[in-house]
Design a protein around this ligand. Sequence first.
Ligand code: GDP
Ligand code: MN
Length: 398
Amino acid sequence: MNLHEYQGKEILASFGVRIQRGIVAHNAKEAVDAAKQLTQETGTGWHVIKAQVHAGGRGKGGGVKLAKNLKEVEELAGSIIGMNLVTPQTSAEGKKVHQVLIAEDVYYPGDSETSEFYMSVLLNRATGRNMIMYSTEGGMDIEEVAEKTPHLIFTEEIDPAVGLMPFQARKIAFNLGLSGTAFKEMTKFVSALYKAYVESDSSMFEINPVLKTSDDKIMAVDAKVTIDDNALYRRKTYAEMRDLREENPIEVEAKAVGLNYVDLDGNVGCMVNGAGLAMATMDLIKMAGGEPANFLDVGGTADAKRVEEAFRIILKDPNVKAILINIFGGIVRCDRVAQGVVDAYKNMGDAIQVPIIVRLQGTNAEIAKEIIDNSGLAVHSAVQFKEAADKVEELLAN
Ligand code: GDP
Ligand code: MN
Protein backbone atom coordinates (compact mmCIF):
# COMPACT_ATOMS: atom_id res chain seq x y z
CA MET A 1 0.00 0.00 0.00
CA ASN A 2 1.41 3.36 -1.03
CA LEU A 3 1.08 6.42 1.17
CA HIS A 4 1.07 10.15 0.61
CA GLU A 5 4.21 12.10 1.43
CA TYR A 6 2.61 13.65 4.53
CA GLN A 7 1.57 10.25 5.86
CA GLY A 8 5.02 8.77 5.19
CA LYS A 9 6.64 11.67 7.02
CA GLU A 10 4.27 11.16 9.96
CA ILE A 11 5.46 7.57 10.27
CA LEU A 12 9.13 8.55 9.92
CA ALA A 13 8.76 11.23 12.59
CA SER A 14 7.14 8.74 14.98
CA PHE A 15 10.39 6.74 14.85
CA GLY A 16 12.58 9.77 15.48
CA VAL A 17 13.59 10.47 11.88
CA ARG A 18 14.01 14.20 11.35
CA ILE A 19 11.64 15.52 8.71
CA GLN A 20 10.84 18.79 7.00
CA ARG A 21 7.83 19.90 9.06
CA GLY A 22 4.48 20.37 7.38
CA ILE A 23 0.71 20.51 7.80
CA VAL A 24 -1.79 19.15 5.30
CA ALA A 25 -4.47 21.49 3.86
CA HIS A 26 -7.58 20.87 1.74
CA ASN A 27 -8.27 24.43 0.63
CA ALA A 28 -6.62 27.84 0.45
CA LYS A 29 -7.89 28.97 3.85
CA GLU A 30 -6.56 25.87 5.60
CA ALA A 31 -3.28 26.44 3.78
CA VAL A 32 -2.92 29.96 5.19
CA ASP A 33 -3.78 28.74 8.70
CA ALA A 34 -1.22 25.96 8.33
CA ALA A 35 1.43 28.42 7.18
CA LYS A 36 0.76 30.69 10.17
CA GLN A 37 1.01 27.77 12.55
CA LEU A 38 4.28 26.61 10.99
CA THR A 39 5.72 30.10 11.30
CA GLN A 40 4.85 30.06 14.99
CA GLU A 41 6.37 26.64 15.53
CA THR A 42 9.48 26.84 13.38
CA GLY A 43 10.06 30.53 12.72
CA THR A 44 9.96 29.96 8.96
CA GLY A 45 8.77 32.86 6.80
CA TRP A 46 8.75 30.97 3.52
CA HIS A 47 6.68 27.88 2.80
CA VAL A 48 6.67 25.13 0.21
CA ILE A 49 3.31 24.07 -1.20
CA LYS A 50 3.43 20.41 -2.16
CA ALA A 51 0.69 18.53 -4.04
CA GLN A 52 -0.20 15.24 -2.31
CA VAL A 53 -0.71 12.56 -4.94
CA HIS A 54 0.68 9.06 -5.29
CA ALA A 55 3.28 9.91 -7.92
CA GLY A 56 6.83 11.17 -7.94
CA GLY A 57 8.27 13.96 -10.04
CA ARG A 58 5.76 16.45 -8.65
CA GLY A 59 8.34 19.22 -8.70
CA LYS A 60 8.83 18.79 -12.46
CA GLY A 61 5.08 18.85 -13.05
CA GLY A 62 4.51 22.10 -11.16
CA GLY A 63 3.17 20.45 -8.02
CA VAL A 64 5.83 21.86 -5.66
CA LYS A 65 6.03 25.64 -5.33
CA LEU A 66 7.78 28.06 -3.00
CA ALA A 67 5.64 30.77 -1.35
CA LYS A 68 7.40 33.81 0.12
CA ASN A 69 4.42 35.25 1.98
CA LEU A 70 0.88 34.35 3.07
CA LYS A 71 -0.68 35.83 -0.04
CA GLU A 72 1.44 33.52 -2.19
CA VAL A 73 0.53 30.58 0.07
CA GLU A 74 -3.14 31.31 -0.54
CA GLU A 75 -2.73 31.74 -4.31
CA LEU A 76 -0.46 28.76 -4.88
CA ALA A 77 -2.46 26.40 -2.66
CA GLY A 78 -5.64 27.57 -4.40
CA SER A 79 -4.22 26.81 -7.83
CA ILE A 80 -2.60 23.47 -6.95
CA ILE A 81 -5.63 22.02 -5.12
CA GLY A 82 -8.07 20.80 -7.76
CA MET A 83 -5.52 20.73 -10.58
CA ASN A 84 -4.75 17.64 -12.63
CA LEU A 85 -1.10 17.15 -11.94
CA VAL A 86 0.84 15.57 -14.78
CA THR A 87 4.33 14.35 -13.88
CA PRO A 88 6.80 12.00 -15.59
CA GLN A 89 5.31 9.25 -13.38
CA THR A 90 1.58 9.79 -14.06
CA SER A 91 -0.51 9.02 -17.12
CA ALA A 92 -1.15 11.79 -19.64
CA GLU A 93 -4.40 12.72 -17.87
CA GLY A 94 -2.50 13.22 -14.62
CA LYS A 95 -3.76 12.90 -11.08
CA LYS A 96 -6.31 15.11 -9.40
CA VAL A 97 -4.90 16.96 -6.38
CA HIS A 98 -7.23 16.85 -3.35
CA GLN A 99 -4.82 18.19 -0.76
CA VAL A 100 -1.47 19.92 -0.35
CA LEU A 101 1.24 19.77 2.27
CA ILE A 102 2.28 23.19 3.54
CA ALA A 103 5.90 22.68 4.56
CA GLU A 104 8.54 24.87 6.19
CA ASP A 105 11.17 26.13 3.76
CA VAL A 106 14.37 24.35 4.68
CA TYR A 107 16.53 25.64 1.85
CA TYR A 108 17.15 28.90 3.66
CA PRO A 109 17.31 31.81 1.22
CA GLY A 110 20.60 32.70 -0.43
CA ASP A 111 22.07 29.55 0.94
CA SER A 112 24.73 27.56 -0.89
CA GLU A 113 25.69 25.17 1.88
CA THR A 114 22.81 22.73 1.48
CA SER A 115 23.27 19.31 -0.16
CA GLU A 116 20.67 16.89 -1.44
CA PHE A 117 21.17 13.13 -1.13
CA TYR A 118 19.20 10.10 -2.23
CA MET A 119 18.36 7.27 0.16
CA SER A 120 16.05 4.28 -0.03
CA VAL A 121 15.50 1.17 2.04
CA LEU A 122 14.23 -1.94 0.31
CA LEU A 123 14.51 -5.69 0.08
CA ASN A 124 17.19 -7.15 -2.16
CA ARG A 125 15.30 -10.17 -3.44
CA ALA A 126 18.44 -11.79 -4.81
CA THR A 127 20.06 -12.04 -1.37
CA GLY A 128 16.89 -11.97 0.73
CA ARG A 129 18.26 -9.07 2.77
CA ASN A 130 17.20 -5.51 3.35
CA MET A 131 19.50 -2.91 1.92
CA ILE A 132 20.03 0.80 2.07
CA MET A 133 20.65 2.33 -1.31
CA TYR A 134 22.09 5.85 -1.31
CA SER A 135 23.74 8.43 -3.46
CA THR A 136 25.28 11.86 -3.39
CA GLU A 137 23.08 12.68 -6.39
CA GLY A 138 19.87 13.55 -4.55
CA GLY A 139 16.89 15.49 -5.80
CA MET A 140 17.31 13.96 -9.26
CA ASP A 141 15.68 11.08 -11.02
CA ILE A 142 17.49 8.05 -9.54
CA GLU A 143 16.87 6.01 -12.69
CA GLU A 144 18.85 8.61 -14.60
CA VAL A 145 21.68 8.52 -12.04
CA ALA A 146 21.71 4.72 -12.32
CA GLU A 147 22.01 4.94 -16.07
CA LYS A 148 24.55 7.74 -16.45
CA THR A 149 26.66 7.57 -13.29
CA PRO A 150 26.07 4.17 -11.68
CA HIS A 151 29.29 4.50 -9.65
CA LEU A 152 27.60 7.25 -7.63
CA ILE A 153 25.02 4.81 -6.23
CA PHE A 154 26.06 2.79 -3.17
CA THR A 155 24.33 -0.06 -1.40
CA GLU A 156 24.66 -1.39 2.12
CA GLU A 157 23.16 -4.77 2.92
CA ILE A 158 21.90 -5.53 6.40
CA ASP A 159 22.31 -8.86 8.14
CA PRO A 160 18.86 -9.68 9.55
CA ALA A 161 20.38 -11.44 12.57
CA VAL A 162 22.19 -8.36 13.89
CA GLY A 163 20.40 -5.48 12.17
CA LEU A 164 22.09 -2.29 11.02
CA MET A 165 25.54 -2.05 12.65
CA PRO A 166 26.89 1.34 13.79
CA PHE A 167 29.88 1.01 11.45
CA GLN A 168 27.48 0.71 8.51
CA ALA A 169 25.75 3.99 9.40
CA ARG A 170 29.19 5.63 9.65
CA LYS A 171 30.25 4.18 6.31
CA ILE A 172 27.15 5.68 4.68
CA ALA A 173 27.82 9.12 6.20
CA PHE A 174 31.45 8.87 5.06
CA ASN A 175 30.57 7.87 1.50
CA LEU A 176 28.21 10.84 1.32
CA GLY A 177 31.21 13.06 1.98
CA LEU A 178 30.08 14.34 5.37
CA SER A 179 32.14 15.34 8.39
CA GLY A 180 31.70 16.92 11.83
CA THR A 181 28.13 17.55 13.00
CA ALA A 182 26.57 16.56 9.67
CA PHE A 183 28.37 13.20 9.84
CA LYS A 184 26.94 12.46 13.30
CA GLU A 185 23.51 13.66 12.25
CA MET A 186 23.59 11.36 9.23
CA THR A 187 24.47 8.28 11.32
CA LYS A 188 21.50 9.07 13.57
CA PHE A 189 19.26 9.65 10.56
CA VAL A 190 20.24 6.34 8.94
CA SER A 191 19.75 4.34 12.16
CA ALA A 192 16.33 5.87 12.82
CA LEU A 193 15.32 5.38 9.20
CA TYR A 194 16.22 1.71 9.21
CA LYS A 195 14.42 1.13 12.51
CA ALA A 196 11.34 2.86 11.06
CA TYR A 197 11.48 0.66 7.97
CA VAL A 198 11.62 -2.59 9.92
CA GLU A 199 9.18 -1.70 12.67
CA SER A 200 6.53 -0.21 10.38
CA ASP A 201 6.48 -3.39 8.21
CA SER A 202 7.34 -1.33 5.16
CA SER A 203 8.42 -2.84 1.87
CA MET A 204 9.95 0.35 0.49
CA PHE A 205 11.19 3.73 1.67
CA GLU A 206 12.47 6.26 -0.80
CA ILE A 207 13.67 9.57 0.56
CA ASN A 208 14.66 11.87 -2.26
CA PRO A 209 16.00 14.29 -1.27
CA VAL A 210 17.54 13.76 2.13
CA LEU A 211 18.73 17.28 2.88
CA LYS A 212 21.77 18.58 4.70
CA THR A 213 20.76 22.08 5.80
CA SER A 214 23.22 24.95 6.08
CA ASP A 215 23.27 24.41 9.85
CA ASP A 216 24.17 20.74 9.36
CA LYS A 217 20.85 19.14 10.15
CA ILE A 218 19.93 16.02 8.16
CA MET A 219 16.25 15.65 7.30
CA ALA A 220 13.77 13.95 4.99
CA VAL A 221 12.34 16.52 2.57
CA ASP A 222 10.35 13.94 0.64
CA ALA A 223 9.03 10.51 1.68
CA LYS A 224 7.73 7.72 -0.48
CA VAL A 225 6.59 4.95 1.85
CA THR A 226 5.07 1.61 0.86
CA ILE A 227 3.65 -0.60 3.60
CA ASP A 228 3.58 -4.35 3.01
CA ASP A 229 -0.09 -5.21 2.34
CA ASN A 230 0.31 -8.49 4.19
CA ALA A 231 1.15 -6.62 7.40
CA LEU A 232 -1.85 -4.29 7.36
CA TYR A 233 -3.87 -6.61 9.59
CA ARG A 234 -1.49 -5.78 12.43
CA ARG A 235 -0.90 -2.14 11.48
CA LYS A 236 -4.42 -0.79 11.82
CA THR A 237 -3.39 2.86 12.06
CA TYR A 238 -1.46 2.55 8.80
CA ALA A 239 -4.27 0.60 7.13
CA GLU A 240 -6.55 3.58 7.85
CA MET A 241 -4.22 5.81 5.85
CA ARG A 242 -5.24 4.08 2.62
CA ASP A 243 -6.47 6.64 0.06
CA LEU A 244 -8.67 4.74 -2.39
CA ARG A 245 -8.92 7.79 -4.66
CA GLU A 246 -5.29 7.16 -5.59
CA GLU A 247 -5.80 3.54 -6.56
CA ASN A 248 -7.12 1.91 -9.73
CA PRO A 249 -10.94 1.95 -9.28
CA ILE A 250 -11.45 -1.46 -10.91
CA GLU A 251 -8.83 -3.03 -8.65
CA VAL A 252 -10.48 -1.47 -5.60
CA GLU A 253 -13.84 -2.92 -6.60
CA ALA A 254 -12.35 -6.34 -7.33
CA LYS A 255 -10.71 -6.41 -3.92
CA ALA A 256 -14.05 -5.59 -2.29
CA VAL A 257 -15.62 -8.75 -3.77
CA GLY A 258 -12.52 -10.81 -2.98
CA LEU A 259 -11.12 -11.21 -6.49
CA ASN A 260 -7.40 -11.07 -7.20
CA TYR A 261 -7.38 -8.60 -10.06
CA VAL A 262 -4.59 -6.53 -11.60
CA ASP A 263 -5.40 -4.12 -14.40
CA LEU A 264 -3.11 -4.31 -17.47
CA ASP A 265 -2.88 -2.51 -20.81
CA GLY A 266 -3.99 -5.18 -23.32
CA ASN A 267 -7.38 -6.10 -24.81
CA VAL A 268 -7.91 -9.77 -23.86
CA GLY A 269 -9.71 -10.13 -20.54
CA CYS A 270 -8.70 -13.22 -18.55
CA MET A 271 -10.67 -15.22 -16.01
CA VAL A 272 -8.60 -18.02 -14.52
CA ASN A 273 -8.54 -20.13 -11.38
CA GLY A 274 -5.17 -20.17 -9.67
CA ALA A 275 -2.39 -17.59 -9.87
CA GLY A 276 0.02 -19.92 -11.66
CA LEU A 277 -2.48 -20.80 -14.37
CA ALA A 278 -3.37 -17.12 -14.69
CA MET A 279 0.27 -16.27 -15.35
CA ALA A 280 0.60 -19.13 -17.86
CA THR A 281 -2.59 -17.93 -19.58
CA MET A 282 -1.20 -14.43 -19.95
CA ASP A 283 2.00 -15.87 -21.44
CA LEU A 284 -0.04 -17.91 -23.89
CA ILE A 285 -2.09 -14.92 -24.99
CA LYS A 286 1.15 -13.08 -25.67
CA MET A 287 2.58 -16.02 -27.60
CA ALA A 288 -0.54 -16.05 -29.78
CA GLY A 289 0.10 -12.37 -30.52
CA GLY A 290 -2.36 -10.78 -28.10
CA GLU A 291 -2.03 -8.64 -24.97
CA PRO A 292 -3.74 -9.51 -21.67
CA ALA A 293 -6.06 -6.79 -20.31
CA ASN A 294 -5.77 -8.07 -16.77
CA PHE A 295 -4.61 -10.70 -14.37
CA LEU A 296 -7.57 -12.30 -12.62
CA ASP A 297 -7.55 -15.24 -10.28
CA VAL A 298 -11.15 -16.18 -9.42
CA GLY A 299 -9.94 -18.66 -6.81
CA GLY A 300 -11.30 -22.08 -6.00
CA THR A 301 -15.05 -21.47 -6.11
CA ALA A 302 -15.93 -20.61 -9.71
CA ASP A 303 -19.73 -20.79 -9.36
CA ALA A 304 -22.24 -18.68 -11.32
CA LYS A 305 -22.17 -15.82 -8.83
CA ARG A 306 -18.41 -15.64 -8.82
CA VAL A 307 -18.14 -15.91 -12.60
CA GLU A 308 -20.69 -13.11 -12.93
CA GLU A 309 -18.73 -10.86 -10.54
CA ALA A 310 -15.59 -11.59 -12.52
CA PHE A 311 -17.36 -10.78 -15.82
CA ARG A 312 -18.55 -7.46 -14.42
CA ILE A 313 -15.07 -6.52 -13.20
CA ILE A 314 -13.38 -7.50 -16.47
CA LEU A 315 -15.93 -5.57 -18.56
CA LYS A 316 -15.34 -2.35 -16.62
CA ASP A 317 -12.13 -2.04 -18.60
CA PRO A 318 -13.22 -0.43 -21.91
CA ASN A 319 -10.19 -1.91 -23.71
CA VAL A 320 -11.45 -5.48 -23.37
CA LYS A 321 -12.33 -6.90 -26.80
CA ALA A 322 -12.55 -10.59 -25.88
CA ILE A 323 -12.60 -12.70 -22.73
CA LEU A 324 -10.69 -15.91 -22.27
CA ILE A 325 -11.89 -18.15 -19.46
CA ASN A 326 -9.34 -20.77 -18.54
CA ILE A 327 -10.34 -23.06 -15.69
CA PHE A 328 -8.69 -26.20 -14.48
CA GLY A 329 -11.17 -28.41 -12.69
CA GLY A 330 -9.26 -30.16 -9.95
CA ILE A 331 -11.41 -29.76 -6.88
CA VAL A 332 -14.05 -27.70 -8.69
CA ARG A 333 -15.97 -29.69 -11.36
CA CYS A 334 -15.84 -28.30 -14.90
CA ASP A 335 -19.52 -28.93 -15.61
CA ARG A 336 -20.44 -26.72 -12.64
CA VAL A 337 -18.16 -23.97 -13.87
CA ALA A 338 -19.63 -24.29 -17.38
CA GLN A 339 -23.11 -24.00 -15.94
CA GLY A 340 -21.90 -20.98 -13.97
CA VAL A 341 -20.62 -19.33 -17.14
CA VAL A 342 -23.87 -20.00 -19.01
CA ASP A 343 -26.01 -18.74 -16.09
CA ALA A 344 -23.89 -15.64 -15.59
CA TYR A 345 -24.03 -14.89 -19.31
CA LYS A 346 -27.83 -15.20 -19.31
CA ASN A 347 -28.12 -13.05 -16.17
CA MET A 348 -26.04 -10.31 -17.63
CA GLY A 349 -28.00 -10.04 -20.84
CA ASP A 350 -26.68 -7.26 -23.06
CA ALA A 351 -23.84 -6.37 -20.74
CA ILE A 352 -21.57 -8.79 -22.56
CA GLN A 353 -20.78 -7.51 -26.05
CA VAL A 354 -17.47 -9.27 -26.61
CA PRO A 355 -16.69 -12.83 -27.69
CA ILE A 356 -16.04 -15.31 -24.92
CA ILE A 357 -13.75 -18.27 -25.25
CA VAL A 358 -13.94 -20.93 -22.58
CA ARG A 359 -11.37 -23.61 -22.00
CA LEU A 360 -12.24 -26.08 -19.27
CA GLN A 361 -9.92 -28.93 -18.48
CA GLY A 362 -10.02 -31.55 -15.75
CA THR A 363 -12.90 -33.27 -13.98
CA ASN A 364 -15.99 -33.60 -16.26
CA ALA A 365 -14.40 -31.44 -18.98
CA GLU A 366 -16.30 -33.19 -21.78
CA ILE A 367 -19.68 -32.64 -20.11
CA ALA A 368 -18.68 -29.03 -19.59
CA LYS A 369 -17.92 -28.59 -23.29
CA GLU A 370 -21.35 -30.00 -24.15
CA ILE A 371 -23.04 -27.56 -21.78
CA ILE A 372 -21.26 -24.63 -23.44
CA ASP A 373 -21.81 -25.86 -26.99
CA ASN A 374 -25.51 -26.59 -26.40
CA SER A 375 -26.24 -23.34 -24.54
CA GLY A 376 -27.03 -21.48 -27.75
CA LEU A 377 -24.94 -18.58 -26.52
CA ALA A 378 -22.09 -16.89 -28.31
CA VAL A 379 -19.59 -18.67 -26.13
CA HIS A 380 -16.81 -20.55 -27.86
CA SER A 381 -15.37 -23.59 -26.20
CA ALA A 382 -11.90 -24.97 -26.59
CA VAL A 383 -10.25 -27.99 -25.07
CA GLN A 384 -6.58 -27.34 -25.65
CA PHE A 385 -4.83 -24.40 -24.07
CA LYS A 386 -3.22 -23.28 -27.35
CA GLU A 387 -6.47 -23.74 -29.26
CA ALA A 388 -8.13 -21.31 -26.85
CA ALA A 389 -5.51 -18.61 -27.32
CA ASP A 390 -5.54 -19.02 -31.10
CA LYS A 391 -9.33 -18.72 -31.09
CA VAL A 392 -9.05 -15.45 -29.19
CA GLU A 393 -6.71 -14.05 -31.79
CA GLU A 394 -8.87 -15.32 -34.63
CA LEU A 395 -11.94 -13.59 -33.14
CA LEU A 396 -10.05 -10.37 -32.50
CA ALA A 397 -8.81 -10.31 -36.08
CA ASN A 398 -12.37 -10.44 -37.47
P1 GDP B 1 8.98 15.25 -6.07
O1 GDP B 1 9.29 16.17 -7.19
O2 GDP B 1 7.63 14.60 -6.23
O3 GDP B 1 10.05 14.23 -5.85
O4 GDP B 1 8.84 16.14 -4.73
P2 GDP B 1 9.93 16.58 -3.65
O5 GDP B 1 9.31 16.54 -2.32
O6 GDP B 1 11.19 15.80 -3.80
O7 GDP B 1 10.19 18.09 -4.01
C1 GDP B 1 10.72 18.48 -5.25
C2 GDP B 1 11.79 19.51 -5.09
O8 GDP B 1 11.28 20.67 -4.45
C3 GDP B 1 12.96 19.09 -4.20
O9 GDP B 1 13.90 18.31 -4.88
C4 GDP B 1 13.53 20.42 -3.78
O10 GDP B 1 14.48 20.85 -4.73
C5 GDP B 1 12.32 21.35 -3.80
N1 GDP B 1 11.99 21.66 -2.39
C6 GDP B 1 11.43 20.85 -1.48
N2 GDP B 1 11.36 21.45 -0.27
C7 GDP B 1 11.87 22.70 -0.45
C8 GDP B 1 12.09 23.82 0.43
O11 GDP B 1 11.83 23.79 1.62
N3 GDP B 1 12.60 24.95 -0.14
C9 GDP B 1 12.92 25.03 -1.45
N4 GDP B 1 13.40 26.17 -1.92
N5 GDP B 1 12.76 23.99 -2.29
C10 GDP B 1 12.25 22.85 -1.80
MN1 MN C 1 11.31 13.70 -4.37
